[in-house]
Write a protein that binds this ligand. Sequence first.
Ligand SMILES: N[C@H](CCC[C@H](N)C(=O)O)C(=O)O
Length: 278
Amino acid sequence: MADAQTHMDGLEFMKWHGAGNDFVMIDSRARDAVVHRELAAGLGDRNRGVGFDQLAEIRSSDAADIDLDFWNADGSRAGACGNATRCVAQYMMDQTGRDALTIRTSRGVLEARADGDLVAVNMGQPQLTWDTVPLSHDVDLQHLPLDGDPVAVGMGNPHCVFFVDDADAVDVAGIGPGFETNPLFPEATNVEFAEIRSRDEIRMRVWERGTGITLACGSGACATAVAAHQRGLTDKKVRMELDGGWLMLDWREDGVWMTGPTAFVYSGQLTQAFLKGL
Ligand SMILES: N[C@H](CCC[C@H](N)C(=O)O)C(=O)O
């Protein structure tokens, strides 16, 4: 029924980005959920659709202010999306005038807060066991048996973090896909390349599972901050420079807090012709 309704009326969406990590947001609080794999993949196509790194669907919730689901540009599901969570939080705070709210994702209920012009979200505690990342078998997460000696961290989605001397010199598109689909990660993985600049500053570039190179990745930034601290390279609080801007990470008692910018770009409506052609 939701699909038939959608084809009749067109479908409203918004385009946002957080540090250049771009999203389409669909607010389905007033109806049944409408997003499915084909819609995500069609809309994610930057030539034939709108284009995005992730698609976020907002739903009404009985456990938090809202429920939130994420898809990647290839139509696959994203387990977590920190930057989209911050953008959705800003949208909700603009609508309600509140400066804090709760958001339920597949990770559980997350807390988001306004921080001046920025938005902070508690991305929860990292997953630091092989079966929760998940990996295919029990190995040392701090030193994965892969070239480059990466670290595995789960943030509701898998991350494989490499420490490199010069992040800008890394051929992210050349190296990323091979690690994304390495059998050590049964659900594939996001791949981060981190250069330690000091105890409180990291430069990071990312290859995202299901999307490819993005200008920023919030859960990847959290995973990188955790991995760097575990290796003894940084303190618990770091600034991180990504290709599209800066994020602040703070691994506290109650989880990894991530703070950064959000931007509303435009809203529009998908045509019936587009929706019928999916
Ligand atoms: N850009 C997102 C992460 C997307 C992760 C996704 N590619 C996955 O399949 O896990 C973020 O800000 O956290």
